[in-house]
Design a protein around this ligand. Sequence first.
Ligand SMILES: *Cc1c(COP(=O)(O)O)cnc(C)c1O
Length: 342
Amino acid sequence: MAFITINKAHFFHNLDLLSARAGGKTKLMAVLKDNAYGHDLRLMAELASEYGLLRAAVKNIEEAESIADLFEEVLVLVDHPTSRKLSPSISLAAHSLEALQALPTGTSIHLSLDTGMHRNGIKEEQIEEALALIHAKKLQLKGVFTHFRGADEFSSEFFWQRANFERGKKRIKALEAHYSLPHIAFHCCNSAGLLRTYSLGDDDYARPGIAMYGYTTLNPLIATYDLKPVLSLWAEKLSTRVLKKGERVGYGSVYEAHEDEIISTYDIGYGDGFFRFDGFKPVKMADGSFTKGRMSMDSFCLGGDAQKVCMFDDANPLAEQFNTISYEIITKLYPALKHVII
Ligand SMILES: *Cc1c(COP(=O)(O)O)cnc(C)c1O
């Protein structure tokens, strides 16, 4: 059966690198959203907790509840206000004044500031109104954060947004006494932000995702890092046959044998979250061999008769071939695939 391996040493290596940059393990909030970018949420949360990380961020409440026991705090990044009773470690990102209105009294929240991405968050001019609302509704303001639209790009945008965040931060701090707010955690850096900045300043922590898993889209002109990919995808052989000269394999009969050859079918297809290839541009496996023919929903073909094959241990070449980013290659993988720690 097809499986995914998770390299624990690589994960810890990446966490060493990131925590050194952030100023310690307590300065990281591990982004484990979307099934930990396809790596298996519970498994990666356990490893992150074993490493000593205290905080995590996830996509929705369901993900948060499944790891709430492992961290001091679990932040839900993208879910809707709910009246459901949440575990005490869970807080919800509030992305608008409407969301603040809709949240039930007592909910723990992190207020999201729009510093230029215009995807989510309140505007700087809405800070006073938001704090008044939080106070009136007795919401528990645990943190304030923002997100960068291009921290990985070779441009000054990161610095512009960061300056905007600093201004918002000052405005909030000036109102701390008035609303007798408890300690608020400020955070803004994703992986690229953390990897390009010299200091978190007085931010409480960074929120890296992709770099923990061994990747970055940071422009190499800014900096390069020795990150190590954590996930490998393995397929196992279903059957083997001889393809006679002139015979063709698979849908569309795209691949033709130019001489008699042994060919085998493996148990991963686009139904498992691997990008579908049409057979005209073969995909290179980790051992350098190339796929033969078109990918099916649940299988694909390779020459030879090896029992199992590593489809990739580095998502970057695939991202390039499929005109996407490493994030998508790993996040799309089907959650039901077996995950094994090595
Ligand atoms: C996904 C996400 C992150 C992590 O981003 P990476 O580029 O993977 O480090 C951080 N913050 C928010 C709000 C996110 O949505």
